[in-house]
Ligand binder design. Structure first.
Ligand code: GLP
Length: 241
C-alpha cells in the first residue's frame, strides 16, 4: 500500500485529484469508480478547475458510482446522483449517459443491484476506484458485518452511519435506512484504488483498516489484499499510525 501524507484537507484533495487526473490523461476512455461524501468534494473541485483551464478532458470517461440511498430519486438533493451532478458531472464534459449510479427509485432491490452489477461488467470493470472511509470502516455502504458481500446489494445502514450522515438531512428520521452499494468484489477487482481520508475523527478507522486484522467487521481492511491501493490522508487522519 502506498500512503501519501497530506498536510490538510486541501493538500489531500490536490494530491488525490492529481492521481485521478493522471488516470484520465493516461487512459482517456477509462472507467472511474466514484464516491460521495465530504471527503472527495475538494478532489472533485480540483478536477473541475483543471477541466476549466483545459488540462483535463472527460469526454471519453465512463463513471460508475459506489452507492445510492434506496428510495431517493436523482431529483432529491440528498441523493448521490444529485451530489455527483452538483460536484462533478454538470461541471465537466463527461457524457451523462455514461455516468452510472445505482437507481434509488427502483423499489425491487434485487433488480436495482443486478442492473448495477451488470453495468460494472458491461463497462469492463473499473480502472480507478475512488473511496472515502466511514467512521466504522465502511467503504461505499459496505457496513461492518459477519461476512463480506461480493456483489452489489441492498444494505440496512448502521446507526453510526445514519448519525454520521444526518448532518445532510433535516433530521435523523429523514436519513434513508437502506442503500444500494457496490460490493467488495467490484472494489477489489478495480485495477487501482484511491482512498481519501481526512480528519482526526477518522484516525481510528484508518488504523484499524490498514494496520488491524482483515475482517468484515472493518470492511476497508480487505483493501490490505489489493495489489494497488493508494491512501491519501491528512496528518490528522494518520495521527494514530
Ligand atoms: C458515506 C458514503 C461513503 C463515504 C463515507 C464517508 O456513508 N456512503 O461512500 O465514503 O460515508 O463519508 P464522509 O466522506 O462524508 O466522511
Amino acid at each position: 500500500m502506498n500512503i501519501i501524507r497530506a498536510k490538510d484537507y486541501h493538500d489531500m484533495s490536490q494530491k488525490a485529484a492529481a492521481v485521478l487526473a493522471a488516470q484520465i490523461i493516461m487512459k482517456p476512455d477509462c472507467v472511474l469508480g466514484l464516491a460521495t461524501g465530504s471527503s472527495p468534494v475538494g478532489t472533485y473541485a480540483q478536477l473541475v478547475a483543471w477541466y476549466e483551464n483545459g488540462a483535463l478532458d472527460f469526454s471519453k470517461v465512463t463513471s460508475v458510482n459506489l452507492d445510492e440511498y434506496k428510495g431517493l430519486s436523482g431529483d432529491n438533493d440528498q441523493s448521490y446522483r444529485h451530489f455527483m451532478d452538483q460536484h462533478l458531472f454538470s461541471k465537466v464534459n463527461i457524457d451523462i449517459q455514461r455516468t452510472f449510479v445505482p437507481d434509488g427509485t427502483e423499489a425491487d432491490s434485487e433488480k436495482a443491484c443486478q442492473i448495477h452489477e451488470q453495468t460494472i461488467a458491461d463497462v469492463g470493470g473499473i480502472d480507478l476506484q475512488l473511496l472515502g472511509l466511514g467512521h466504522n470502516g465502511h467503504i461505499g455502504f459496505n457496513e461492518p458485518a459477519d461476512t463480506f458481500t461480493a456483489e452489489t446489494h441492498c444494505v440496512d445502514l448502521t446507526e453510526s452511519t445514519i448519525q454520521a450522515n444526518r448532518r445532510f438531512f433535516a433530521s435523523a428520521d429523514d436519513v434513508p435506512r437502506q442503500a444500494y452499494t457496490m460490493g467488495i468484489r467490484a472494489i477489489m477487482q478495480a485495477r487501482k484504488v484511491l482512498l481519501v481520508v481526512s480528519g482526526a475523527d477518522k484516525a481510528k478507522a484508518v488504523k484499524e483498516a490498514f494496520f488491524g486484522p482483515i475482517t468484515p467487521q472493518v470492511p476497508a481492511s480487505i483493501l490490505q489484499l489489493h495489489k494497488d491501493v493508494t491512501l491519501v490522508a491528512d496528518e490528522a487522519a494518520l495521527s494514530m499510525i
